[in-house]
Design a protein around this ligand. Structure first.
Ligand SMILES: [Zn+2]
Length: 372
């Protein structure tokens, strides 16, 4: 475990908790949502804009940066923080998820995975040691173990993948040498209660700096996701942060926080923005809809983001119709701001011991908009 990181519990309300994760690049108030900068950039947003929105943690993808521009180049340019001019906390994933979902897998064995690049078809190999080496060169504050992501309902595959994930996690702990990086373990096991329990107990027993839950939001039902969280979270040590990987819809954030999750990440806010969809605390709004063409109101009149403070729905719809880049930027600013505001509201409610009522009210109103 790294002495440069510590989780400070501020308040607890049922299983939900508010805290601060102290890192060498600053404090992360939790619960927190981390916007995803796949290619060392949160699409269409500058770091200054992210800072203004109150983002405190940004995620980037090892798989993508390894293939292009390469970890050595990023290291030569001073590391990821300097390269992309984000001076605050950063997290990199291990590349495992993309290798198993995006790249063409050629061979998986006990040692690692051989895959074909989705960019140019070239062949590559990732092992636990190689993933840690790349993540150490990139230099994010939080790095992840290299894991195998199995389809959530395939029992035999999950049993085998879990064995490999456990062996690989052990090798990641041994391979890590940088003290200024925190290494998080990942709980896998699909939708299977006994596998999740086994994985959670083992991961909790190891000297990881934090614990992540992987393999969710990949096609299972909401009930299945909640059941996994109900099994896993109570087995995790309370003094370490818990991270639910790849989850970021407003209702999933509230349901995850209610079960004791501290950190979330997802491409959803920027991906939806590129498809003209604005996120609000009441549901999604399609900004291309003709209903907005003469609407002087902001996307959300309760939102204080740069977009909602300055621009009308009519203007944003015009930008979309004219295929202007600024449309994606403005909707992305609003969407990320909305998720950051939601986790802030949850945090305040936990500190003030009224989270259960807050979560109930939020979930009963979500997707039942009273306004147009
Ligand atoms: Zn807004």
């Amino acid at each position: 475990m790294s002495e440069h990181f510590s989780y400070e519990l501020i308040a607890r309300d049922g299983p939900a908790r508010a805290g601060v994760y102290h890192t060498p690049h600053g404090d992360i108030p939790t619960p927190i949502f981390a916007p995803v900068g796949t290619q060392a950039t949160v699409k269409s947003i500058t770091p200054a804009q992210l800072h203004e929105m109150g983002a405190s943690l940004v995620l980037s993808n090892t798989y993508h940066l390894y293939l292009r521009p390469g970890a050595e180049l990023v290291a030569e340019m001073g590391g990821l923080h300097k390269f992309m001019q984000w001076p605050n906390p950063m997290l990199t994933d291990s590349g495992g998820f993309q290798v198993f979902s995006l790249a063409g897998i050629r061979k998986i064995d006990a040692d690692g995975a051989t895959f074909k690049s989705h960019i140019d078809g070239s062949m590559h190999r990732l092992t636990p040691e190689k993933s840690i080496d790349i993540q150490q060169k990139l230099g994010a504050d939080i790095i992840m173990v290299f894991d195998e992501c199995a389809p959530p309902r395939d029992r035999a595959y999950n049993e085998q993948a879990l064995e490999r994930t456990t062996a690989w996690a052990r090798r990641c702990l041994e391979a890590k040498t940088r003290a200024d990086q925190a290494l998080f373990g990942i709980v896998q096991g699909g939708i299977f209660d006994d596998l999740r329990k086994k994985s959670a107990e083992w991961t909790a027993s190891q000297p990881f700096d934090g614990l992540a839950i992987g393999g969710l939001s990949v096609g299972e039902s909401k009930e299945e996701m909640h059941a996994v969280l109900d099994t896993v979270v109570p087995l995790l040590p309370p003094e370490k942060p818990r991270y639910l990987m790849g989850v970021g819809s407003p209702e999933d954030l509230v349901n995850g926080i209610a079960r004791g999750i501290d950190i979330f990440d997802c491409v959803l806010p920027t991906r939806l923005a590129r498809h003209q969809s604005a996120m609000t605390l009441r549901g999604r709004v399609n900004m291309l809809n003709a209903i907005h063409s003469r609407d002087p109101r902001p996307i959300d009149d309760t939102c204080e983001c740069y977009t909602c403070t300055n621009f009308s729905r009519a203007y944003i719809r015009h930008l979309i119709s004219a295929r202007e880049m600024l449309a994606s930027t403005l909707i992305s600013i609003h969407n990320i701001s909305t998720l950051l505001r939601l986790v802030r509201l949850c945090r305040e409610a936990i500190i003030e011991q009224r989270f259960e009522v807050f979560a109930h009210d939020f979930l009963s109103q979500y997707n039942h908009p009273k306004q147009k």
